[in-house]
Design a protein around this ligand. Structure first.
Ligand SMILES: Cc1cc2nc3c(=O)[nH]c(=O)nc-3n(C[C@H](O)[C@H](O)[C@H](O)COP(=O)(O)OP(=O)(O)OC[C@H]3O[C@@H](n4cnc5c(N)ncnc54)[C@H](O)[C@@H]3O)c2cc1C
Length: 412
């Protein structure tokens, strides 16, 4: 079976080991369960039990705190391998892992005062212990249905400073892992007069805290196993130790470490790989349970599968480039390559799933086979804020044509 990283020569021992672990879990456990979670729109608790047992919930918890200490590149390859077998599991897993990445290697790369750093170490030790020792799950609801999730306005969810912590109120839509997470990693605005984007706060809100509720139904086109219902927070008290980042640090992270948002696309790299894998198996009459009807000898099929392979390799090349590029303060070209890569992965996954269905034909879109699920799941990628396909193009176009600080004179 083709390796998700293409060529394994340059992988570290840890990368090889963790990707192999994800491949085994994915093929043996997640893929066979994917159809029923998709059909019933149920959260894959069983897959999370496997991830927990395998130590993969702690993949990006720093080693000093008992985790695997995986870096950005390692994580995104593991996530892509999981996405190859179950898109919903990979996408919600990303929300969990981001709580560790953002508070971990990303926070470590940013500026803090010594007092903030000490406070952050104390707080994150609590959350990492929840994950490493108790196997708890964190999610990451930041979307609110307004301009905040696109990074254009302060969060509408407000955290009022009170003795010993904060009182949080707000509403988050598309809260993946709703009803499944032990903690919701909520992005909010500190409730001070004239608050701006800089007054951001990232808080771990316990699912059991008074004032937390999950409402609304969940019956979407794709990624049904993410169970992304609406989260309501009504005067929820959380202690100061709920800070997953010091006050204001999320704003600095978003400005200086843009790859923090690029962890959504590995899931779709996995879906692109899965669409290709399925098409090859189908044309070679190797799909289990299907009649042994070969279709590989038709030139049209060969051309289509060649096109898919080209798209797959283009996607993978950018995906791996992204993985290598992640760093604090990337230069402008790196940032632009990141938008282009993110856009390409999201859009190519959908294009490849569509081409796979056209190539394999009518039987391939039956619900007894995974391709129609890949088609629906892959449709969701370019809708993910803050970097939807539209917003990637928007940012890229502007940055291609303008240097920092440039403005146009009004044209008469
Ligand atoms: C399966 C799935 C799981 C998800 N899980 C999570 C999760 O766990 N946590 C989370 O926070 N979110 C999650 N989301 C939400 C996702 O990131 C988006 O926030 C959501 O899809 C936005 O939907 P909307 O219709 O409200 O977008 P809108 O804000 O209405 O935007 C619609 C489109 O308009 C464009 N647009 C938006 N704002 C601007 C702007 N200021 N300027 C120019 N163009 C703009 C964008 O291209 C966007 O796609 C999930 C979404 C899906 C589909």
């Amino acid at each position: 079976m083709m390796h998700i990283a293409g060529n394994t020569d340059t992988l570290t021992a840890q990368q090889r080991e963790l990707i192999a672990l994800a491949a085994t879990l994915g093929a043996e456990k997640f893929a066979p369960r994917a159809a029923s979670h998709d059909r019933d729109a149920t959260f894959p608790f069983d897959n999370y039990d496997d991830l927990r047992r395998a130590g993969l919930l702690a993949i990006c918890v720093p080693k000093a705190y008992g985790g695997q200490g995986a870096d950005f590149a390692t994580y995104v390859m593991v996530a892509a391998e999981i996405g190859r077998h179950c898109g919903s599991t990979a996408l919600s897993y990303n929300m969990h892992v981001c709580s560790c990445l953002w508070s971990g290697l990303i926070a470590d790369a940013l500026d803090m005062t010594p007092e903030q750093r000490a406070d952050h170490e104390k707080n994150r030790a609590i959350h990492y212990a929840n994950i490493v020792e108790r196997g708890q799950i964190y999610s990451q609801p930041f979307s609110e249905g307004g301009a905040a999730a696109a990074g254009k306005a302060p969060w509408g969810t407000l955290a009022r400073r009170v003795d010993g912590g904060y009182v949080v109120s707000g509403r988050k839509i598309f809260a993946s892992l709703s009803g499944a997470a032990d903690y919701y990693g909520v992005l909010c605005t500190i409730d001070v007069p004239g608050a701006t984007l800089r007054d951001s706060l990232y808080l771990a809100v316990p699912a059991t805290a008074e004032g937390v509720s999950v409402v609304g139904d969940w019956d979407p086109l794709g990624m049904r196993g993410t169970v992304s219902r609406t989260l309501l927070l009504k005067d929820v008290f959380v202690p100061g130790t709920a800070r997953l980042m010091p006050e204001g640090l999320y704003f600095q992270a978003a400005a200086r470490f843009p790859h923090m948002f690029a962890t959504l696309s590995p899931t779709y790299m996995g879906l692109a790989q899965a669409a290709y894998d399925f098409t090859v198996a189908y044309l070679r009459a190797e799909v289990p349970g299907m009649p042994k009807v070969l279709r590989r000898m038709y030139p049209t099929k060969q051309i289509a599968v060649a096109q898919m392979r080209i798209q797959l390799e283009q996607t993978r090349a950018l995906f791996l480039q992204n993985a290598r590029d992640a760093r604090v303060d990337p230069d402008k070209d790196t940032r632009m390559r990141l938008y282009a890569a993110h856009y390409t992965i999201m859009e190519n996954a959908q294009a490849m799933a569509a081409l796979a269905i056209r190539t394999c034909g009518g039987q391939s879109m039956l619900k007894s086979l995974p391709l129609e699920r890949l088609y629906r799941d892959s449709r969701c990628g370019s809708l993910m804020l803050p970097w939807t396909a539209e917003l990637c193009v928007d940012r890229l176009g502007r940055e291609c044509l303008y240097e920092a600080g440039e403005r146009d004179e009004a044209i008469e």
